[in-house]
Design a protein. Sequence first.
Length: 487
Amino acid sequence: MSDPVLLVEDDISIAIVITTALEDEGLKVVRCDTIAERDRLLGARTFSLMLTDVVLKDGDGIETIDVARNQHPDMPIIILSAQNTLDTAVRATDSGAFEYFPKPFDLDELIHAVKQGIGSSAAPVMPTQDEGMALPLVGRSPAMQAVYRMITRVLRNDLTVLILGESGTGKELVAEAIHQLGGRGRGPFVAINTAAIPAELIESELFGHEKGAFTGAVNRHIGKFEQAQGGTLFLDEIGDMPMQAQTRLLRALQSGMILRVGGREEVPFDARIIAATNKDLAPMIAEGTFREDLYYRLNVVPIQLPPLRERGEDIAALSRHFLNQAARDGLPVHMLSDGAADLLCLQQWRGNVRELKNFIYRVALMARDDVIDEQTIRSALVEDGGPLRHERAAVASGVAMADRGDDLAGALGRWLTANSPASGEIYAKAIAAFEKPLFAHMLDTTGGNQLRAAQMLGINRNTLRKRLVELEIDPDGFAAKGHSAAN
Ligand SMILES: Nc1ncnc2c1ncn2[C@@H]1O[C@H](COP(=O)(O)OP(=O)(O)OP(=O)(O)O)[C@@H](O)[C@H]1O
């Protein structure tokens, strides 16, 4: 039988779960809960693999990993961590660990990795990373954990990365993190937003042009590819790239050489390529507006960024992060109350992190008190205007209006938890709670036209008017406001 697995874990319940699962797989497990005990065990015998927690009573499992590795250079190490930051993910990867699992982890995946690790024996040793690097990504949700793990996988190579995700989810920030933390951090990070450049200029922007290449080309121009030599080229909004430029890009990626517009000689380039898009490229490929072969060239390692609505648990941390950032940018210093943070978590941030950031900056600028409380946030949401905001205002008044029909049950659940109406009045309160955002929404849709709103709802105009008074909805508030969505 093979050597046992060494489990260094001080959380008894996690240890039991892992031990049982490994034993079910026919593996033997030896457990300890301190670094000292770990080292004693490692000095006494060999293990097929070590699973280690990071924060232990007498030390840090990653910082002391070399002690373990020196004793058993071939023993694969899997790191388990509850400190789910990008920083820990990077430290874990840099430590040369075979795998890194943020807690909570998927047990099946962990067992799979253990078996793989035992099979692989020697762990790849990763180069260590520079100290003091800024790690700008905030959020510890499981969805972001998956992103961090993907990031760590591309740091020690130059594979092309395709970052997918809605607008404002942090695609550019992830590209910068890969650049900074990876091997090209000392080189330039050059970004080009394809959507922001007129189609006829894209090729010259990307590849440069020779003097006289076209009318207006009075001087030679060095394109982004060449500017990014030794660093990273970030091709943002790749889905907006015109066909002709796509063809040229594909050729460059295939050959590692670029040809300036109007140029004769090809120039080699040495830049890591990271592309991003908020578009679904599959239908574009089907329609023939995006080259399939280019897609495969770019999509070597896809990283999918979750929309903010799928990681509500990150909203409080992000909000506080942006308040600090705002203060560093010279805005007044504020704290965020827990109630205010909870309220922010309930909102639908359709513009994702960017929208939340803009909102927090506005609040930081306007708020009068040191502590930003629920009421401040509520007023800011209402003042923000726009149809989305009315839903949000309704949410802010204690009513969760579902963003999508399929989310109604969840919204109801949240509302019940948040408001815990007394027994005997649940029906009346829930119906009123539902009516309020519904009426607000209809008034918003009709620009405050009560007659039209009543018709669309299929209720009597007087009934609507009466309910508006009872529910304290001011229809005038919907009249003048435009329908432009914020940002
Ligand atoms: N996880 C995060 N932690 C801290 N700040 C973030 C995070 N994600 C995004 N941001 C900030 O939110 C803003 C929007 O992010 P970014 O520009 O990277 O989004 P994007 O997905 O590239 O957007 P677009 O598709 O519109 O180009 C930036 O100011 C960025 O710094």
